[in-house]
Design a protein around this ligand. Structure first.
Ligand code: GLN
Length: 304
């Protein structure tokens, strides 16, 4: 399969589509990003990489980080986590509060903000220096040390974190958050601020495309069963209230972020990252989804 040719064709087709969508501006630092940047990268489990456009530009991975923190926590506490967070699609926006009261402070899944806050809270119980541990994990998965927090983005989000604070305090009132909410928000806003390129992102998700084994080091990160479960959650919940539509159109497990990035993968084969900052009403990248839909359609393979 000539993946370079496949992504070249898709890149040019998608780039000529009408310009729609806006960058996320509820985090002020994200509003300054040039909205028309666009990159695609593929990493295969046998060590090849392909890219086109702005695939080597760093951008804010935002909620894509939730898949890293979930992997770190699942690795240590396994199925105990499901006492504190569910595994069902929410059908609600990523920052919604509505289900939490009826469901006793237990978020529907680990990818909506409430669920990701619970996961990060557990991570803080596991590591004395959680911010350092997250960065170390992401660097190990990507196979490079050139990955950092974007302090400007982290501070910008922290200043405007009213909704996430509300989620944190509300869940704490149900005893579903152990740590101090401000300390939790600090770690959470930092994980969301991690800056990576499409190429680094594609490489860093190969462990989930390779049944839990990091192909760079051959180290087992997750068991086969846990890796399968992480992918199942990305397929059913990775795009919030657009998860069904994404599975329908694309047919790959994946995770989006409001920085405009999307990572998706085909187990046994590859990971593909797309970045285009203009978002649809669900907070997912317009061109990112267009690209991935064309990708699985053009190559005729998906997970189905
Ligand atoms: N940091 C963002 C938030 O918590 C992440 C949201 C996202 O990428 N969907 O609101």
């Amino acid at each position: 399969m000539d993946y370079q040719q496949v992504i070249n064709n898709i890149y040019h087709e998608v780039k000529s589509l009408p310009v729609v969508g806006e960058v996320a501006d509820y985090i002020p630092a994200l509003a300054n990003v040039d909205p028309d940047q666009f990159g695609i990268a593929i990493a295969t489990i046998d060590g090849q990489t392909f890219g086109i456009g702005d695939y080597q530009c760093k951008f804010s991975i935002q909620s894509i980080s939730k898949a890293f923190t979930l992997s770190m926590v699942i690795r240590h506490i396994g199925s105990q986590l499901w006492e504190y967070v569910g595994k069902e699609p929410s059908g609600t926006p990523f920052n919604s509060l509505v289900q939490l009261e009826r469901e006793n402070g237990i978020p529907r899944n680990p990818f909506i903000n409430a669920g990701a806050l619970v996961v990060t809270d557990k991570l803080m119980n596991l590591y004395t220096h959680p911010k350092e541990a997250i960065l170390e994990f992401v660097r190990e998965m990507a196979g490079t040390d050139d990955i950092y927090y974007d302090k400007t983005v982290a501070q910008s989000e922290l200043k405007c974190a009213n909704r996430n604070q509300a989620l944190g305090y509300f869940m704490k009132s149900f005893n579903n958050i152990d740590n101090d909410v401000d300390a939790l928000l600090d770690v959470y806003c930092h994980q969301c601020s991690i800056s990576m390129t499409c190429e680094e992102l594609a490489k860093s998700f190969l462990f989930l495309a390779n049944h839990g084994i990091n192909p760079h080091s051959q180290k087992e990160i997750l068991s086969v069963s846990r890796s399968k479960r992480l992918n199942a959650l990305m397929l059913t919940c990775g795009f919030y209230d657009e998860s069904g539509e994404f599975a329908f159109r694309v047919g790959m497990p994946g995770k989006s972020g409001v920085g405009g990035g999307i990572i998706a993968l085909i187990p046994g084969q590859l990971a593909i990252a797309v970045w285009s900052p203009r978002l649809n009403k669900y907070g997912n990248s317009y061109l990112g989804i267009e690209t991935l839909e064309r990708f699985t359609t053009d190559i005729g393979i998906s997970i189905f």
